[in-house]
Design a protein around this ligand. Structure first.
Ligand code: PLP
Length: 342
């Protein structure tokens, strides 16, 4: 077994409860393509989790979840507003544009990865003539690519502004559970009660093997969505293996325990390095990420000590914690960061 790395939360293994939930579904025959009892139960557990009569779809990964959700909200002549650091812009290989048959992504500059109402307004009103793609969707990432968290008030303001401009509000929740933990609110409060219409809820980064759920709080928007999933190659024929793990994640608050641990590890690293004068933290630690600004030569020394991390997100070294991050290993990282930066 390799020593733990904190390059990403998708380096982690599958948590035992999720594995058991998958194993529990692994006996006998079950109807295919989502017509099975596990999928029905997993969908119900999402409705319980969100205290809402929402429509739920299970796909293999986040790129598909985001792309198909956005495609369902847009015509090809529409556009989607997000930050310049949004995963849909920087890390999905053009899939949102591809699956929407050409909807344009309009990016807002952002110093901390958050989209502001002012930026939405500026972009949505910059061009209203027929020669430019019509803005149709605002998408925010919760928690953000920079490890920050939108408060319920911030989401409410963004959704109110979106609604007055005729825009849908979509949330990329690849790290939704970390955000909910960071906020200490209910899942309902930070989604439909704040005006989010569609959420892509990430399982992979919080202890699942594969799987993201697309949650439509406005069921009308989910019309024909199953056809979209099928056409995109995202309708699992043995769906129970994609849906049953969610029973392990949402049951007994495993989602909360996993996310809380990851967030705690991020704070642990922050607390262990923050008083070192040479250390520059780029963003407040509000979820499970810590971003470090340092000269390349210092980062190279850190790499030579065996640490792996990404620098293409946010412009610094990113450390990302997972449900199974070992606090002892976090302390080793902190010690090496302090030595290298000194
Ligand atoms: C990881 C991630 C996704 C999903 O990525 P996949 O690799 O396609 O599963 C989506 N959005 C954000 C912000 C992410 O970090």
């Amino acid at each position: 077994m390799d020593a733990q790395q904190f390059a990403s939360d998708n380096y982690a293994a599958v948590c035992p409860e999720v594995w058991e939930a998958m194993a529990a579904a692994n006996s006998g025959h079950a109807s295919a393509y989502g017509e099975d009892e596990w999928t029905a139960r997993a969908s119900d557990s999402f409705r319980e989790f969100f205290e809402a009569d929402c429509e739920v779809f299970f796909v293999f990964n986040g790129t598909a979840a985001n792309s198909l959700a956005l495609a369902s909200l847009c015509q090809s002549y529409h556009s989607v507003i997000c930050t310049q650091s949004a995963h849909i812009e920087t890390d999905e290989c053009g899939a949102p544009e591809f699956f929407s048959n050409g909807s344009k992504i309009l990016t807002a500059a952002s110093t901390d990865g958050k989209l502001t109402p002012a930026a939405v307004q500026a972009i949505a009103t910059a061009r209203t003539d027929i020669h430019f793609p019509k803005p149709k969707v605002v998408t925010i990432t919760q928690s953000t690519e920079t490890g920050r968290v939108y408060t319920t008030e911030e989401v409410r303001v963004l959704s109110a502004m979106s609604r007055t401009m005729g825009l849908h509000l979509h949330m990329d929740g690849a790290r939704f559970f970390n955000a909910v933990e960071g906020l200490g609110c209910t899942p309902a409060q930070i989604t439909w009660q704040a005006g989010v219409e569609v959420l892509c809820c990430g399982g992979t980064k919080n202890g699942m093997a594969i799987g993201e759920a697309i949650v439509f709080f406005d069921k009308k928007l989910a019309q024909d969505f199953e056809y979209r999933c099928k056409q995109a190659g995202q309708l699992a024929s043995k769906m129970r293996y994609l849906s049953a793990p969610w029973l392990g994640m949402l049951g007994n608050n495993v989602w909360s325990r996993n996310a809380a641990h990851a967030n705690r590890c991020a704070r642990r690293l922050r607390d262990a390095i923050v008083d070192s004068p040479a250390v520059r933290l780029m963003f407040p630690v509000e979820a499970n990420a810590v971003f470090l600004l340092a000269p390349e030569e210092r980062l190279e020394r850190l790499r030579r000590l065996g640490w792996r991390f990404y620098t293409f997100i946010g412009g610094g070294a990113r450390f990302m914690f997972a449900w199974d991050s070992d606090p002892v290993r976090v302390d080793q990282l902190a010690k090496d960061i302090r030595e290298v930066m000194a």
